[in-house]
Design a protein around this ligand. Structure first.
Ligand code: B4P
Length: 182
């Protein structure tokens, strides 16, 4: 199963993708986690990505797309994957179609997490990651509205909406039900 999770920053994409990965036995591929791992290892990708993450801006597409292209071609992703945080723009969605075409495969579904702004801001401030300051969160939300929200139209007809308000387990049960795995 090849799935994409869309949703605003702090919607719980990473949290749910981890649980889905365990339930479905396929890897959770998070571009945010890949960037943070590169930053902590001091790789060239990490050095470049850090300034974008710190400001809450999107990392340039060529870096992000190449990183995903390499990751989904790894053997553990051959049986499927959950893409969390990618695509985040129409340009990235078009690139993903090319990447999957090259692998002779396609997406099986797109989940869109719905949650109110005040809920996500509260969650992120409680988490307190380096990019979870009020100013950076505000910018990430603006970037989401401008760049990522239009993907809902791009994927029209393929999107399953998930109510992402509630406990982690409640949202997980809704995800499993949406995937027919409850
Ligand atoms: P991400 O790492 O994707 O960060 P996110 O959108 O804030 O997180 P997510 O929605 O996964 O929330 P989480 O489960 O952690 O991106 C960070 C940055 O990386 C971007 O700003 C950008 O700079 C860069 N980047 C990433 N992908 C990119 C791309 N494709 N192109 C360019 N740049 C890219 O949950 C948030 C918090 O809520 C956690 O503390 C969690 O414990 C809590 N929580 C979750 N579910 C809950 C629930 N049901 N109830 C209560 N709390 C809950």
């Amino acid at each position: 199963m090849r799935l994409v999770i869309l949703g605003p920053p702090g919607a719980g994409k990473g949290t749910q993708a981890e649980l889905m990965s365990e339930a479905l036995g396929i890897p959770h591929i998070s571009t945010g986690d890949l960037f943070r791992a590169n930053i902590s290892q001091g790789t060239p990708i990490g050095v470049e990505a850090k300034k974008y993450l710190d400001a809450g801006n999107l990392v340039p597409p060529e870096i992000t797309i190449n990183m995903v292209r390499e990751r989904v071609a790894e053997p553990d992703a051959a049986k499927g994957f959950i893409l969390d945080g990618f695509p985040r723009s129409t340009e990235q969605a078009v690139a993903l179609e090319g990447i999957l075409d090259d692998l002779s495969t396609k997406l099986d579904g797109v989940l869109s997490f719905k949650v109110d702004t005040d809920v996500v801001v509260e969650r992120m401030l409680a988490r307190g990651r380096a990019d979870d300051t009020e100013e950076v969160i505000r910018n990430r939300m603006a970037v989401y509205d401008a760049e990522t929200a239009p993907l809902l139209d791009h994927y029209a007809g393929q999107v399953t909406e998930i109510d992402a308000v509630g406990s982690v387990d409640e949202v997980h049960q809704r995800v499993l039900a949406a995937l027919g795995k409850a």
